[in-house]
Design a protein around this ligand. Structure first.
Ligand SMILES: [Zn+2]
Length: 197
């Protein structure tokens, strides 16, 4: 009997480790910025208020992270963030439609990425599939807390997510470190160019 209780306690502990608690960063008194334009506006406000209002804090408002993989709390002295536990997170990963068609596969803009993709057998006609696949993998990994924190700046928290693609030219995997910017309520948007591995 005692053994059963012990077993149960151990499995509960394992569950807790796996389902690490998610929290929403709430900066009371400001509306979360849900678009690039709104993030820009927060940066203007900071300047207009002579730094009384902090763009970084305003742009992190509403963003969600697992407790074991989140920005340092508090962010600065007199920071008045509240971390609100949330029971679940529904992630939307957005990779701009034009990222591949109008950027990565365009020689002058791609900074070598065109060669990287083409070298693995991908071309401009795969743009739609690549966008969907990037979004699918990023959603899945962010939901599991499987990302690394990158730079935190006035625009908010940037994270890196590893995207893996099957090579078409030979057996193997193309691994890419892709940068995303965290938006409120489980939204992440692909921001950067990325490095191949
Ligand atoms: Zn602040």
């Amino acid at each position: 009997m005692e053994e059963e209780i012990w077993k149960k306690a151990k499995s509960n502990a394992a569950d807790i480790l796996q389902n690490n608690e998610w929290v929403k960063w709430v900066h009371e008194g400001t509306e979360p910025a849900t678009t690039q334009a709104e993030k820009d506006l927060r940066i203007v406000w900071e300047a207009l208020s002579r730094k009384k209002h902090c763009a970084m804090c305003m742009n992190l408002n509403g963003c969600c992270f697992p407790r074991n993989n989140m920005p340092q709390n508090p962010l600065h002295n007199n920071c008045h963030y509240k971390l609100k536990p949330i029971s679940e997170i529904t992630v939307t990963a957005e990779c701009g439609k034009d990222k591949f068609e109008e950027y990565i596969f365009v020689e002058e803009k791609s900074k070598g990425k065109k060669q990287l993709f083409e070298g693995c057998g991908y071309g401009i006609m795969d743009s739609k599939w690549l966008k969907q696949e990037f979004e699918r993998q990023a959603k899945e990994k962010y939901e599991k807390g499987n990302f690394t924190l990158n730079k935190l700046d006035d625009y908010g928290q940037r994270i890196n997510i590893t995207i893996e693609l099957p090579r078409k030219d030979k057996i193997g995997t193309l691994k890419l470190t892709v940068g995303w910017l965290v938006y409120p309520d489980g939204v992440i948007k692909m921001v950067t160019a990325f490095g191949g591995k």
